[in-house]
Design a protein around this ligand. Structure first.
Ligand code: SF4
Length: 137
């Protein structure tokens, strides 16, 4: 089996909608995992997953804007990620959100918690060292 190595792929053909095999690098998963991709695509269409997937795709699309041609036509984000999370959670009717975080990001976690609560969500949060068990154990 050839490992997928997207991190080494400079052109990122997939992000441009290009799937022409002759262009794709040898380690490209589009080339090497066709049946898995087909299976995953089928699963995205299932009744349980499709609403989640569809709404996440819509939120993502609304979060980016194509810049004017004079600015090289680049696609740029127009919302911070936390706003994407809020909009997505609202769209799928979520009331309660789980927030897990590293102790090194405690300040960020507290701020994310506060933002999410201000939007009316109930938040459950857990730190990585919850349980206070020594790593050597
Ligand atoms: S899926 Fe293929 S084209 Fe896309 S980044 Fe990975 S290797 Fe490159």
């Amino acid at each position: 089996m050839i490992n997928p190595e997207c991190a080494k792929c400079k052109p990122k053909y997939c992000s441009q909608g290009i799937t022409e095999e002759s262009l794709l690098p040898s380690f490209c998963p589009i080339k090497n995992f066709k049946s898995l991709i087909k299976k995953a695509t089928k699963k995205y269409r299932s009744k349980e997953i499709q609403p989640f997937y569809l709404n996440s795709a819509l939120i993502e699309k609304e979060s980016y804007e194509k810049k004017a041609a004079r600015e090289e036509g680049k696609t740029v984000p127009v919302r911070p990620r936390i706003r994407e999370v809020v909009e997505f959670a609202k769209k799928i009717g979520v009331k309660k959100i789980g927030l897990s975080f590293c102790s090194g990001l405690s300040d960020e976690a507290a701020r994310a918690n506060s933002i999410l609560e201000k939007h009316g969500f109930e938040i459950c949060s857990a730190i990585c060292c919850c349980g206070s068990i020594d790593k050597s154990e």
